[in-house]
Structure formats: structure tokens, C-alpha cells
Design a protein around this ligand. Structure first.
Ligand SMILES: Cc1cc2nc3c(=O)[nH]c(=O)nc-3n(C[C@H](O)[C@H](O)[C@H](O)COP(=O)(O)O)c2cc1C
Length: 198
């Protein structure tokens, strides 16, 4: 589930919420999953991976990750990303282009303190995406972390990312293949609404 707080009442946010509600009602699995694509200007390489969207706060979409992971280094090098998701139950694709930044350490600390302790043990123990000798070694690090007394204290290398879109595309699949594609692009503070050919 995605938690919506003080959701922006601007048109694309209302469309996003409406499509989310429809997909939730239709029992969409993995409804939080969203692919984040980033660019490494050092490697001149594009990279993508799924994360779980946890909040939409005002105009900001928020997920959590390791601040030392490859994705985080890429966000530092190039703060523009694309985010895309597909909800099969309603045949809906949503694409966004956005600017990304870290959430505040206060926000991270509050969220971490309330999170499941097993998830926190993993967040603490894992040097995300660094090579490791075996899967057993990963499990051992995790088990040692589980024994730690303070699983509510957020490490400085873990926290949220919030991205604020300047472009949305809503794709709606139709059996006729005349798929409906609607766009919203921010121009001088106003959302310009348009349609694309299927
Ligand atoms: C459905 C799904 C949800 C995921 N959610 C997260 C997440 O919220 N945060 C995260 O750091 N990784 C998440 N992952 C793992 C990432 O896809 C990825 O393996 C990891 O973040 C390392 O990415 P990086 O090496 O590009 O930094 C998820 C994977 C899947 C398949």
C-alpha cells in the first residue's frame, strides 16, 4: 500500500490517485513496485531497478534505500530520473520524469523507528549491491545484525528519496489497441495537458 498525505490537488496527482484506487480495488499485487531509472554521468550508463513506493506526500513520491548504493551515487551525479510502473489489473502504465533528492534525516529517523525490526536489521547489515563471497555470508551478517540491541536507530547510510515529477504519462490499455495516452507537463508552474498517439 502507498500512503497518501496532503496529496496535491493538481490534475496529474488526482489522476494518479484515481488509477491507484482502481488498481487497489482490483487487488493489484505489488502495487508499490516502481522502476526507477537513473543515469551515471561517470560511467555514461543508464541503470534501472524496482523499489517500493511508500508515500506520496504533497507533490513528492517517496521510497527508501541505502544511501551508498549505486543508485544513490547516480542520483548524486545526475538528479533527474524516470519512474515507471505497470498495474496489470487495470492495464495501466504510468511514466514520470522527475527530480530526486534525499528526505530529511528527521523523516528517516521517524520512519525507521516505526519499521519492522527484521527489515531494519537487513538495512543495517547490508552494504547494498557490494559483492559478497556467498549467500551464507549475507545471512550471517543479517543474523548478527538481528542480535543488535538497537534496531530502531536509523544508520546514516539509509533513508528516503523523494522525487517530484515535472512530467506524467498515463497509458491505458484498450482491447481495440487504441490505447489512450494522456500527458501532463509542467510549464512555468502550470500543467499542460495533452494526448499521444498509441
Ligand atoms: C518489487 C521490488 C521492490 C524493491 N524495493 C526496494 C526498495 O524499496 N528499496 C531498495 O533499496 N531496493 C528495493 N528493491 C531492490 C532493488 O531492485 C535493487 O536490487 C537494489 O536497490 C540495488 O539497486 P542499485 O544497485 O541500483 O542501487 C526492490 C526489488 C524489487 C523486485
Amino acid at each position: 500500500m502507498i500512503q497518501f498525505d496532503n496529496l496535491s490537488q493538481e490534475a496529474p496527482y488526482l489522476v494518479f490517485k484515481d488509477k491507484y484506487n482502481q488498481s487497489l480495488k482490483a487487488n493489484q499485487k505489488a502495487i508499490e513496485a516502481i522502476c526507477i531509472s537513473s543515469y551515471s554521468s561517470k560511467k555514461k550508463e543508464v541503470n534501472g531497478r524496482y523499489v517500493n513506493l511508500k508515500f506520496v506526500n504533497g507533490r513528492k513520491f517517496i521510497f527508501f534505500s541505502n544511501y551508498k548504493s549505486p543508485k544513490s551515487q547516480e542520483f548524486t551525479q545526475h538528479n533527474q530520473i524516470t519512474a515507471s510502473l505497470y498495474w496489470s489489473k487495470t492495464d495501466t502504465q504510468i511514466r514520470m520524469k522527475a527530480y530526486i533528492e534525499q528526505t530529511s534525516s528527521e523523516f528517516n529517523k521517524n520512519y525507521f523507528a516505526k519499521r519492522d525490526k527484521k527489515k531494519n536489521a537487513l538495512a543495517i547489515s547490508s552494504h547494498q549491491s557490494s559483492p559478497i563471497t556467498s549467500y551464507e555470508a549475507l545471512q550471517k551478517n543479517y543474523e548478527l545484525s538481528l542480535l543488535e540491541t538497537n534496531l530502531t536507530e536509523c544508520p546514516e547510510y539509509w533513508g528516503g528519496y523523494s522525487f517530484t515529477p515535472y512530467y506524467f504519462e498515463f497509458w491505458e490499455g484498450h482491447e481495440s489497441r487504441l490505447n489512450k495516452r494522456e500527458t501532463y507537463e509542467l510549464n512555468k508552474g502550470k500543467w499542460i495537458h495533452g494526448f499521444l498517439q498509441a
